[in-house]
Design a protein around this ligand. Structure first.
Ligand code: AVJ
Length: 319
Protein backbone atom coordinates (compact mmCIF):
# COMPACT_ATOMS: atom_id res chain seq x y z
CA UNK A 1 0.00 0.00 0.00
CA UNK A 2 2.05 2.95 -1.27
CA UNK A 3 0.78 6.23 0.11
CA UNK A 4 1.30 8.96 -2.45
CA UNK A 5 0.97 12.58 -1.45
CA UNK A 6 1.53 15.75 -3.42
CA UNK A 7 3.94 17.85 -1.42
CA UNK A 8 4.09 21.64 -1.85
CA UNK A 9 6.82 23.57 -0.14
CA UNK A 10 5.66 27.09 0.61
CA UNK A 11 8.28 27.73 3.25
CA UNK A 12 11.72 28.52 1.89
CA UNK A 13 13.91 25.43 2.08
CA UNK A 14 16.23 27.26 4.39
CA UNK A 15 13.97 29.05 6.83
CA UNK A 16 16.91 29.87 9.08
CA UNK A 17 17.36 33.57 8.13
CA UNK A 18 13.64 34.31 8.55
CA UNK A 19 13.35 32.48 11.83
CA UNK A 20 16.56 34.03 13.19
CA UNK A 21 15.38 37.51 12.24
CA UNK A 22 11.92 37.08 13.72
CA UNK A 23 13.16 35.51 16.93
CA UNK A 24 15.85 38.16 17.47
CA UNK A 25 13.34 40.94 16.81
CA UNK A 26 10.96 39.42 19.38
CA UNK A 27 13.64 38.93 22.01
CA UNK A 28 14.92 42.46 21.46
CA UNK A 29 11.47 43.96 22.11
CA UNK A 30 9.93 44.93 25.40
CA UNK A 31 8.13 42.90 26.55
CA UNK A 32 10.03 40.03 24.94
CA UNK A 33 8.00 37.65 22.81
CA UNK A 34 8.31 34.79 20.35
CA UNK A 35 5.62 33.72 17.89
CA UNK A 36 3.82 30.51 18.96
CA UNK A 37 4.36 29.10 15.46
CA UNK A 38 7.95 28.35 16.59
CA UNK A 39 6.62 25.95 19.21
CA UNK A 40 5.99 23.47 16.40
CA UNK A 41 9.15 21.65 15.41
CA UNK A 42 8.98 17.83 15.27
CA UNK A 43 9.26 17.54 19.07
CA UNK A 44 6.79 20.38 19.61
CA UNK A 45 4.18 18.80 17.32
CA UNK A 46 4.61 15.50 19.18
CA UNK A 47 4.23 17.22 22.55
CA UNK A 48 1.14 19.04 21.32
CA UNK A 49 -0.41 15.67 20.41
CA UNK A 50 0.27 14.56 23.99
CA UNK A 51 -1.39 17.73 25.30
CA UNK A 52 -4.51 16.82 23.32
CA UNK A 53 -4.82 13.62 25.38
CA UNK A 54 -4.44 15.26 28.79
CA UNK A 55 -7.41 15.12 31.17
CA UNK A 56 -7.07 18.88 31.84
CA UNK A 57 -6.96 19.81 28.15
CA UNK A 58 -10.67 19.74 27.28
CA UNK A 59 -10.62 21.42 23.80
CA UNK A 60 -9.60 18.44 21.67
CA UNK A 61 -12.03 15.86 22.99
CA UNK A 62 -14.83 18.41 23.26
CA UNK A 63 -14.36 19.56 19.69
CA UNK A 64 -14.31 15.95 18.50
CA UNK A 65 -17.56 15.18 20.30
CA UNK A 66 -19.23 18.28 18.84
CA UNK A 67 -17.99 17.35 15.35
CA UNK A 68 -19.39 13.82 15.63
CA UNK A 69 -22.80 15.12 16.63
CA UNK A 70 -22.89 17.89 14.07
CA UNK A 71 -21.62 15.78 11.19
CA UNK A 72 -24.92 15.24 9.37
CA UNK A 73 -25.58 18.98 9.36
CA UNK A 74 -21.98 19.79 8.38
CA UNK A 75 -22.25 17.35 5.48
CA UNK A 76 -25.40 19.09 4.32
CA UNK A 77 -23.85 22.55 4.54
CA UNK A 78 -20.63 21.45 2.84
CA UNK A 79 -22.43 19.77 -0.06
CA UNK A 80 -20.95 17.16 -2.33
CA UNK A 81 -17.47 17.02 -3.85
CA UNK A 82 -15.94 19.94 -2.04
CA UNK A 83 -12.18 20.18 -1.71
CA UNK A 84 -11.18 20.19 1.94
CA UNK A 85 -8.34 22.39 3.18
CA UNK A 86 -7.13 22.02 6.75
CA UNK A 87 -5.09 24.80 8.37
CA UNK A 88 -2.68 23.65 11.06
CA UNK A 89 -3.39 20.06 10.16
CA UNK A 90 -0.94 18.58 12.69
CA UNK A 91 -1.65 14.86 13.00
CA UNK A 92 -4.68 15.18 10.63
CA UNK A 93 -6.75 13.28 13.15
CA UNK A 94 -9.97 15.31 13.50
CA UNK A 95 -10.31 15.68 9.76
CA UNK A 96 -10.89 11.94 9.48
CA UNK A 97 -14.35 12.50 10.90
CA UNK A 98 -15.06 14.91 8.04
CA UNK A 99 -13.55 12.72 5.35
CA UNK A 100 -15.76 9.88 6.42
CA UNK A 101 -18.99 11.86 6.26
CA UNK A 102 -18.41 14.42 3.54
CA UNK A 103 -17.81 13.15 0.05
CA UNK A 104 -14.43 14.81 -0.30
CA UNK A 105 -12.17 13.77 -3.16
CA UNK A 106 -9.31 16.14 -2.56
CA UNK A 107 -7.67 17.13 0.74
CA UNK A 108 -4.94 19.69 1.43
CA UNK A 109 -3.24 19.76 4.82
CA UNK A 110 -1.31 22.93 5.65
CA UNK A 111 1.19 22.97 8.51
CA UNK A 112 4.49 24.60 9.46
CA UNK A 113 6.00 21.42 10.92
CA UNK A 114 7.35 19.77 7.74
CA UNK A 115 8.27 16.20 8.68
CA UNK A 116 5.28 15.87 10.96
CA UNK A 117 3.01 17.08 8.14
CA UNK A 118 4.48 14.62 5.65
CA UNK A 119 4.15 11.60 7.90
CA UNK A 120 0.62 12.53 8.99
CA UNK A 121 -0.65 13.10 5.45
CA UNK A 122 1.04 9.90 4.24
CA UNK A 123 -0.85 7.96 6.88
CA UNK A 124 -4.04 9.67 5.78
CA UNK A 125 -3.38 8.76 2.15
CA UNK A 126 -2.76 5.15 3.12
CA UNK A 127 -6.00 4.98 5.08
CA UNK A 128 -8.12 6.70 2.39
CA UNK A 129 -6.88 5.29 -0.93
CA UNK A 130 -9.61 7.09 -2.91
CA UNK A 131 -8.53 10.50 -1.61
CA UNK A 132 -6.19 12.85 -3.47
CA UNK A 133 -3.92 14.09 -0.69
CA UNK A 134 -1.89 17.31 -0.82
CA UNK A 135 0.40 18.67 1.86
CA UNK A 136 1.65 22.25 1.96
CA UNK A 137 4.39 23.20 4.37
CA UNK A 138 3.63 26.84 5.01
CA UNK A 139 3.48 29.60 7.56
CA UNK A 140 -0.17 30.55 7.16
CA UNK A 141 0.20 33.51 9.53
CA UNK A 142 1.78 35.17 6.49
CA UNK A 143 -1.26 34.46 4.36
CA UNK A 144 -2.82 31.48 2.66
CA UNK A 145 -2.26 30.57 -0.97
CA UNK A 146 -3.65 27.51 -2.68
CA UNK A 147 -0.79 25.55 -4.23
CA UNK A 148 -0.83 25.00 -7.98
CA UNK A 149 -2.87 22.03 -9.08
CA UNK A 150 -5.66 22.87 -6.68
CA UNK A 151 -8.36 25.01 -8.24
CA UNK A 152 -11.56 23.87 -6.65
CA UNK A 153 -15.05 24.86 -7.65
CA UNK A 154 -16.01 24.63 -4.03
CA UNK A 155 -13.81 24.69 -1.04
CA UNK A 156 -14.38 23.94 2.59
CA UNK A 157 -11.68 25.16 4.95
CA UNK A 158 -11.31 23.42 8.28
CA UNK A 159 -9.50 25.44 10.94
CA UNK A 160 -9.83 23.32 14.07
CA UNK A 161 -8.57 23.40 17.63
CA UNK A 162 -9.08 27.11 18.27
CA UNK A 163 -5.78 27.82 16.57
CA UNK A 164 -7.45 31.07 15.52
CA UNK A 165 -7.14 31.99 19.21
CA UNK A 166 -3.39 32.41 18.75
CA UNK A 167 -4.08 35.61 16.79
CA UNK A 168 -5.12 38.80 18.54
CA UNK A 169 -8.72 39.65 17.53
CA UNK A 170 -7.37 42.34 15.15
CA UNK A 171 -4.94 39.88 13.54
CA UNK A 172 -7.66 37.21 13.39
CA UNK A 173 -9.87 39.66 11.50
CA UNK A 174 -7.06 40.48 9.06
CA UNK A 175 -6.34 36.78 8.66
CA UNK A 176 -9.98 35.99 7.88
CA UNK A 177 -10.11 38.83 5.35
CA UNK A 178 -7.04 37.45 3.57
CA UNK A 179 -8.43 33.93 3.72
CA UNK A 180 -11.69 35.07 2.19
CA UNK A 181 -9.77 36.57 -0.74
CA UNK A 182 -8.42 33.19 -1.78
CA UNK A 183 -11.72 31.34 -1.40
CA UNK A 184 -14.12 30.99 -4.29
CA UNK A 185 -17.50 32.55 -3.40
CA UNK A 186 -19.82 30.29 -1.49
CA UNK A 187 -16.91 28.51 0.19
CA UNK A 188 -17.38 27.38 3.75
CA UNK A 189 -15.15 27.86 6.76
CA UNK A 190 -15.51 25.40 9.62
CA UNK A 191 -13.67 26.89 12.54
CA UNK A 192 -13.23 25.66 16.11
CA UNK A 193 -13.31 28.39 18.75
CA UNK A 194 -12.61 27.93 22.45
CA UNK A 195 -15.16 29.61 24.71
CA UNK A 196 -14.81 31.89 27.71
CA UNK A 197 -15.37 29.97 30.90
CA UNK A 198 -14.47 29.56 34.55
CA UNK A 199 -10.85 30.71 35.00
CA UNK A 200 -9.85 27.67 37.02
CA UNK A 201 -10.81 25.35 34.14
CA UNK A 202 -8.91 27.51 31.67
CA UNK A 203 -5.79 27.78 33.80
CA UNK A 204 -5.58 24.09 34.59
CA UNK A 205 -5.81 23.28 30.85
CA UNK A 206 -2.50 25.13 30.42
CA UNK A 207 -0.91 23.95 33.68
CA UNK A 208 -1.38 20.19 33.55
CA UNK A 209 -0.23 18.01 36.44
CA UNK A 210 2.17 15.98 34.25
CA UNK A 211 3.97 19.10 33.08
CA UNK A 212 3.50 18.29 29.38
CA UNK A 213 2.47 21.87 28.60
CA UNK A 214 5.58 23.09 30.42
CA UNK A 215 7.67 20.72 28.27
CA UNK A 216 5.95 22.03 25.15
CA UNK A 217 6.75 25.61 26.14
CA UNK A 218 10.35 24.90 27.23
CA UNK A 219 11.00 22.93 24.04
CA UNK A 220 11.13 26.31 22.30
CA UNK A 221 14.41 27.03 24.13
CA UNK A 222 15.97 23.77 22.90
CA UNK A 223 15.01 24.80 19.43
CA UNK A 224 16.59 28.25 19.75
CA UNK A 225 19.78 26.61 21.01
CA UNK A 226 19.93 23.84 18.40
CA UNK A 227 18.67 25.69 15.35
CA UNK A 228 19.78 29.27 15.96
CA UNK A 229 22.84 28.67 18.12
CA UNK A 230 21.67 30.63 21.17
CA UNK A 231 23.48 29.83 24.41
CA UNK A 232 20.16 29.28 26.10
CA UNK A 233 19.29 26.48 28.53
CA UNK A 234 15.85 25.35 29.56
CA UNK A 235 17.11 25.16 33.16
CA UNK A 236 17.29 28.96 33.14
CA UNK A 237 13.54 29.36 32.61
CA UNK A 238 10.23 28.19 33.98
CA UNK A 239 6.81 27.73 32.39
CA UNK A 240 4.00 30.10 33.39
CA UNK A 241 0.45 30.23 32.03
CA UNK A 242 -2.46 32.31 33.33
CA UNK A 243 -5.73 33.81 32.21
CA UNK A 244 -5.56 37.52 31.41
CA UNK A 245 -9.13 38.56 32.07
CA UNK A 246 -8.95 42.02 30.58
CA UNK A 247 -7.72 40.64 27.27
CA UNK A 248 -9.76 37.43 27.47
CA UNK A 249 -6.76 35.25 26.75
CA UNK A 250 -4.51 32.61 28.22
CA UNK A 251 -0.93 33.82 28.12
CA UNK A 252 1.98 31.46 28.11
CA UNK A 253 5.42 32.70 29.19
CA UNK A 254 8.92 31.45 29.85
CA UNK A 255 10.16 33.23 32.97
CA UNK A 256 13.86 33.75 33.51
CA UNK A 257 14.77 32.18 36.84
CA UNK A 258 17.59 34.69 37.37
CA UNK A 259 19.36 37.62 35.84
CA UNK A 260 21.06 36.28 32.70
CA UNK A 261 22.61 37.41 29.47
CA UNK A 262 22.15 35.28 26.38
CA UNK A 263 24.43 35.62 23.43
CA UNK A 264 24.10 34.86 19.77
CA UNK A 265 27.16 35.82 17.75
CA UNK A 266 27.58 39.52 18.50
CA UNK A 267 24.08 40.01 19.89
CA UNK A 268 23.40 39.82 23.58
CA UNK A 269 20.01 39.70 25.22
CA UNK A 270 19.63 40.53 28.89
CA UNK A 271 16.95 39.15 31.17
CA UNK A 272 16.07 40.51 34.56
CA UNK A 273 15.15 37.91 37.16
CA UNK A 274 11.51 37.04 36.48
CA UNK A 275 11.48 38.72 33.09
CA UNK A 276 9.70 36.58 30.54
CA UNK A 277 9.46 35.62 26.90
CA UNK A 278 5.76 35.75 26.00
CA UNK A 279 5.37 32.63 23.84
CA UNK A 280 1.65 32.32 23.22
CA UNK A 281 -1.77 33.93 23.46
CA UNK A 282 -4.84 31.77 23.34
CA UNK A 283 -7.91 34.01 23.08
CA UNK A 284 -11.26 32.83 24.42
CA UNK A 285 -14.47 34.12 22.87
CA UNK A 286 -18.18 34.19 23.51
CA UNK A 287 -20.23 32.83 20.62
CA UNK A 288 -21.68 36.25 19.64
CA UNK A 289 -18.25 37.84 20.15
CA UNK A 290 -16.69 35.50 17.61
CA UNK A 291 -19.61 35.91 15.21
CA UNK A 292 -19.12 39.67 15.29
CA UNK A 293 -15.42 39.25 14.54
CA UNK A 294 -16.18 36.94 11.59
CA UNK A 295 -18.81 39.42 10.39
CA UNK A 296 -16.30 42.27 10.38
CA UNK A 297 -14.14 40.08 8.12
CA UNK A 298 -17.03 39.57 5.70
CA UNK A 299 -18.06 36.07 6.74
CA UNK A 300 -21.60 35.24 7.73
CA UNK A 301 -22.51 32.64 10.26
CA UNK A 302 -24.60 29.76 8.94
CA UNK A 303 -24.59 27.59 12.03
CA UNK A 304 -22.85 27.18 15.36
CA UNK A 305 -22.58 24.10 17.54
CA UNK A 306 -21.36 23.79 21.12
CA UNK A 307 -21.29 21.21 23.91
CA UNK A 308 -23.72 21.13 26.83
CA UNK A 309 -21.12 22.57 29.20
CA UNK A 310 -20.41 25.50 26.90
CA UNK A 311 -16.71 24.69 26.72
CA UNK A 312 -16.09 24.86 22.99
CA UNK A 313 -17.79 25.97 19.78
CA UNK A 314 -17.63 25.14 16.09
CA UNK A 315 -18.81 27.71 13.56
CA UNK A 316 -19.80 27.18 9.95
CA UNK A 317 -19.19 30.46 8.15
CA UNK A 318 -19.64 31.29 4.51
CA UNK A 319 -17.75 33.86 2.52
C1 AVJ B 1 -3.30 24.80 19.17
C2 AVJ B 1 -3.08 27.09 19.67
C3 AVJ B 1 -5.16 26.02 19.96
O1 AVJ B 1 -3.97 27.57 22.44
O2 AVJ B 1 -4.89 25.83 23.30
C4 AVJ B 1 -2.06 24.08 24.03
C5 AVJ B 1 -1.93 25.41 21.82
N1 AVJ B 1 -0.76 25.77 23.97
N2 AVJ B 1 -1.48 24.19 25.22
C6 AVJ B 1 -4.13 26.36 22.51
C7 AVJ B 1 -1.61 25.09 23.23
C8 AVJ B 1 -0.68 25.22 25.19
C9 AVJ B 1 -3.39 25.46 21.51
N3 AVJ B 1 -3.71 25.85 20.10
Amino acid sequence: NIAEIHFHNQLSEDNFPTMAQEVIAGLSSRPKYCSPKYLYDQKGSELFEKICELPEYYPTRTEEAILRQAMPEIAELAGKDATLVELGSGASRKVRLLLESLSVRCYLGVDISRDFLVSSTRRLAADYPWLEVHAACADFTRGVALPEGISPKRLVTFFPGSSIGNFTPEAAERFLISLRRCLPTGSGLLVGVDLLKDHAILESAYNDADGITAEFNLNLLDRLRKELGFDIEREGFSHRAFFNERQSRIEMHLDSRDFQVLSLNTKSIRFRKGESIHTENSYKYSIPGFQRLAGRAGFSSRRVWFDDDGLFSIHYLIS
